[in-house]
Design a protein around this ligand. Structure first.
Ligand SMILES: [Mg+2]
Length: 296
């Protein structure tokens, strides 16, 4: 059963009950380039009460450092080490979980933010923003030289996705034995201030279809993301709450990690999906219209 929050007393109890607050960003703090009203005040309130704040985003187009500039631009206080992105989680997964040998490389479908996070972890990579792969020329398999050192393909949101990148990724995944297939996240859509666009999941979908194989995802709801947070931040799951706008990523992520969950309706999820005739099977603990409601 979801508790619908509306009174100052109920919001106050939330502040008392949770010490660590995990926030999704798009659809919670802002929508595209528009800050959601009251967010700055609520975050200030939490900081004044010495709450731990963590931002957990599936956006893999930006590194944590460049994502921080988005906070600055919108006037939201944040520290780089409070920000966890799915590109960072993918890089940590490659270096610390599968422990890809240092001489091995990753073929990238994605943008500079993903490449920056791979660099930070000392992971060699190719593809991505390389102009040779961002071409409108048709892909010629007979001219393609397979690099035997490519041990993983990582796919994230890539606004310059093309047939050459998909073909190269396909070659590595079918011809290099044991090549890992990793997705930064599987969001079907990507919210912008003007409306929805295809998300990272839609970028990796042609490969899944061609291969008949699913990637390992490092974004929410995958536990890899929470493992990354856990490696750096000490928190008690019983006193931790995940705030998000998407049921099948944010809320599921919180639930699978044993955290409390608060759904806001300023992003992807509509009122209809939680209280309509066919509600989602993913049921948050709490719901409120907007994060700004917590200004009490
Ligand atoms: Mg969101």
């Amino acid at each position: 059963m979801t508790v619908r929050l509306s009174t100052a007393e109920a919001y106050g109890r939330l502040f008392d009950d949770y010490d660590t607050w995990l926030f999704d960003c798009d659809g919670v703090l802002w929508r595209g380039d528009h800050l959601i009203e009251g967010v700055v005040e609520v975050l200030d309130l939490l900081r004044r009460r010495n709450k731990k704040i963590v931002f957990v985003t599936n956006n893999a187009t930006k590194s944590r450092k460049s994502y921080k500039s988005k906070f600055d631009q919108l006037g939201v206080q944040a520290h780089v080490d409070e920000i966890y992105g799915s590109a960072y989680a993918a890089a940590v997964y490659i270096s610390s979980v599968i422990k890809l040998p240092k001489h091995k490389k990753v073929y990238v479908i994605g943008m500079s933010g993903l490449e920056e996070e791979l660099n930070e972890e000392g992971i060699l990579h190719l593809g991505g923003t390389d102009s040779a792969d961002n071409t409108l020329e048709p892909f010629d398999l007979s001219q393609f030289e397979l690099d035997p050192d490519v041990g993983a393909v990582v796919a994230g949101l890539d606004t310059s996705i093309n047939y050459t990148k998909l073909s190269k990724a396909f070659q590595y995944l079918t011809r290099n034995p044991g090549c890992h297939f990793i997705a930064t996240n599987e969001d079907s859509t990507y919210p912008t201030s003007a409306g929805l666009l295809p998300g990272a999941g839609a970028i990796g979908a042609p490969l899944r279809y061609a291969l008949g194989r699913d990637p390992i995802s490092t974004g929410k709801p995958s536990s890899t993301m929470l493992d990354c947070v856990r490696a750096k931040v000490h928190f008690d799951p019983r006193r931790t709450i995940m705030v998000g706008d998407r049921l099948n990523t944010d809320i599921l992520f919180g639930q699978q990690g044993g955290l409390a969950t608060l759904l806001v309706l300023t992003g992807i999820t509509s009122e209809e999906e939680i209280s309509g005739p066919e509600p989602s099977p993913i049921v948050p603990d709490f719901v409120t219209q907007s994060l700004g409601d917590l200004r009490v």
